[in-house]
Design a protein around this ligand. Structure first.
Ligand code: OGA
Ligand code: MN
Length: 286
């Protein structure tokens, strides 16, 4: 197994692993170690995987989310509910996945009580050009804060909502009242401690974070405005240009991502995502 750092802030490419064989516990632990050391982003190219193999590999991180009752339930793989499909393809009038998923900065399912931990995204079809995904390290963002501001943020919690008006939970989607009721907002610490590495990160995102609990609305807007600017700074980013059969694994506890929608009408894109359910976000004091 060889590794190649992709960016100083975030991301490592791993070469020489085949995820199609049942991956041994030892190899998996090596991958997980690199993942943690790279601030939560690993790229493994040229993987030829069946749905079952992607699911089996993803399960090594933990229990998979099947997104039942969620607005995207209709985009799950018909034979494998563990696979959520992101795609702009329409075949015989039927969308092959959620079009325009994640075209805003977010952390997967941050509006849930136990947000996603790992997301394992596999490129089945890629347009000739475009359709990149940008990733950012929220731990690097945290490190950039002054001690005084870190201390101010330490006890604060933010409300994350799927229905966040400023973001995009249901952008381009028709959402029913039942679906909204099934996705109530959650309150999470702004400074989140990573359960495995103990590293601290800024756990807010423009897509789903609605306001800071206990602040005046104008104060909340000002503080979140600054934090959103910080966590989306190019200095903490890596932009992935996909190739067919790429596998990218990110850690939603310490990264944000943004799907660039620049290819519609210019090519087909089809991605398969497995989502691992995470833990209740830990405060810095945990
Ligand atoms: C996701 C997502 C990014 C992309 O699957 O969670 O945000 O580039 N997709 O498709
Ligand atoms: Mn996403």
């Amino acid at each position: 197994m060889q590794t190649k750092r992709l960016c100083p802030a975030i991301g490592t490419e791993i070469v020489g692993v085949d995820l199609s064989n049942p991956v041994s516990d030892e190899t998996f632990e090596q991958v997980r170690k690199v993942w943690h050391e790279s601030n939560g982003l690993v790229v493994i190219r040229d993987q030829k995987l069946t749905e079952e193999q992607q699911i089996a590999f993803s399960r090594k991180f933990g229990k998979l989310h099947t997104l039942q009752g969620h607005t995207v339930t209709k985009y799950l793989h018909p034979d494998h509910p563990e696979i959520y499909r992101v795609s702009n393809k329409v075949v015989d009038g039927k969308p092959q996945g959620r079009k325009g998923a994640g075209t805003y900065w977010h952390s997967d399912q941050s509006y849930e009580a136990t947000p996603a931990h790992a997301s394992v995204l596999y490129a089945k079809e890629i347009p000739p050009v475009g359709g990149d995904t940008i990733f950012a390290s929220t731990q690097r963002a945290y490190e950039a804060l002054s001690d005084t501001f870190k201390a101010f943020l330490l006890p604060l919690k933010a409300v994350h909502s799927f229905a966040n008006a400023s973001g995009g939970g249901f952008r381009n989607e028709v959402v029913t009242k039942e679906q909204l009721d099934a996705a109530p907002p959650s309150v999470h610490p702004i400074i989140r401690k990573h359960a495995e590495t103990g590293k601290l990160g800024v756990f807010v995102n423009p897509g789903f974070t609605a306001y800071i609990d206990g602040l005046d609305p104008a104060e909340s807007r000002a503080v979140l405005g600054y934090l959103f600017e910080l966590v989306t700074k190019p200095d903490y980013q890596y932009r992935h240009r996909w190739s067919h059969n790429d596998m990218v694994i990110w850690d939603n506890r310490c990264t944000l991502h943004y799907a660039v929608m620049d290819y519609d009408g210019k090519g087909d894109r089809l991605m398969h995502r497995c989502t691992v359910i995470g833990e209740t976000p830990l405060p810095a004091t945990a």
